[in-house]
Ligand binder design. Structure first.
Ligand code: PMP
Length: 287
């Protein structure tokens, strides 16, 4: 498959970056992963807005304007055989002699690749997935979509070791916690009394593009939607737990730390709010 390195389309195996690239030396860069359905970009402008915010927070100049990004992403999508894809793009600060201080005037390195979308399996759709919890030991700027993902990698491996699909993170903080932040690579949602609840999108949480989308879908479905601090006990007593991300879309969590999620007849099964949001999501994809 072809990728795009600094505006050059070439086979992935031939794309080469300097060892002095600050992405390699410091993890000094940001990324985006956006879905493509039927060769059409889904929520492109929202992903671009988040990219701009991440770059601004790191004082990396955005190397392209919105239309130039669109042209490049479209060219890459056209070069891939699959109709449904996930486009990965990253921008690093550029190449310079190693120094923690940000060198002025660098040319950012822009890399993009696309992969066929790997849909969630039918079994995971029907049965939901198992997750474990772990303490959120990452840094204080989870709001930046940084390529420095070591904390997320360590967190995810804990659930991989436990044969679970994701690690749900709980962060120490103010009394009444620990507090739900997110998954290692997704946002986390709770259902309590028919309402969809997410944590406040502060500096500990990456605001997924699906946060705004789920808000809109809830409006259309007349489901209450609320972002507020969510405690470990809110998590453990939820009627439903959901995950959201580019790759997972929305996905039901039916086991948490080995315990079935939910109550009554629906215990351990994907719930009604999940089912409605999943259907609404599929419709939004086709529009
Ligand atoms: N949080 C983290 C840490 C993530 O890596 C992701 C996936 N990019 C998300 C949340 C969900 O974001 P999105 O809905 O944009 O995929």
């Amino acid at each position: 498959t072809l990728c795009d390195l600094n505006d050059e389309l070439l086979p992935l195996s031939q794309a080469k970056v300097s060892v002095l690239d600050r992405g390699f030396l410091f993890g000094d860069g940001v990324y985006e992963a956006m879905p493509v359905y039927g060769r059409k970009l889904f929520r492109f402008d929202e992903h671009m807005a988040r990219l701009s915010r991440s770059l601004a927070k790191l004082r990396i100049p955005n190397p392209l304007d919105r239309d130039a990004w669109l042209a490049r992403v479209r060219r890459l999508v056209a070069a891939h055989p699959a109709d449904d894809q996930v486009v990965y793009l990253q921008v690093t600060r550029g190449v310079a002699p190693r120094d923690h201080v940000m060198p002025p005037g660098l040319i950012p390195t822009v890399f993009m690749m696309s992969n066929a979308m790997k849909p969630v399996s039918a079994q995971q759709r029907h049965q939901g997935v198992a997750c474990i919890t772990a303490r959120d030991f990452r840094w204080e700027r989870g709001d930046i979509k940084s390529i420095s993902l070591l904390g997320n990698v360590l967190a995810r491996q804990l659930s991989a070791d436990a044969d679970a699909a994701e690690t749900i993170l709980l962060r120490d903080g103010a009394a009444g916690g620990p507090w739900l932040t997110e998954g290692s690579s997704c946002n986390v949602w709770l259902v309590h009394e028919g309402a969809l609840l997410g944590p406040v999108m502060d500096e500990h949480v990456l605001e997924g593009i699906r946060v705004g989308l789920l808000r809109e879908l809830c409006e259309g479905l007349n489901l209450p939607f609320n972002l507020r601090p969510l405690s470990e006990s809110d998590l453990r007593t939820a009627d439903e737990i959901l995950l959201s991300s580019t790759g997972k879309e929305v996905l039901a969590v039916t086991r948490l730390d080995g315990e079935a999620v939910g109550h009554g007849a629906l215990r351990g099964k994907p719930g009604p709010v999940y089912a409605r949001l999943y259907e609404a999501y599929q419709q939004a994809k086709r529009e």
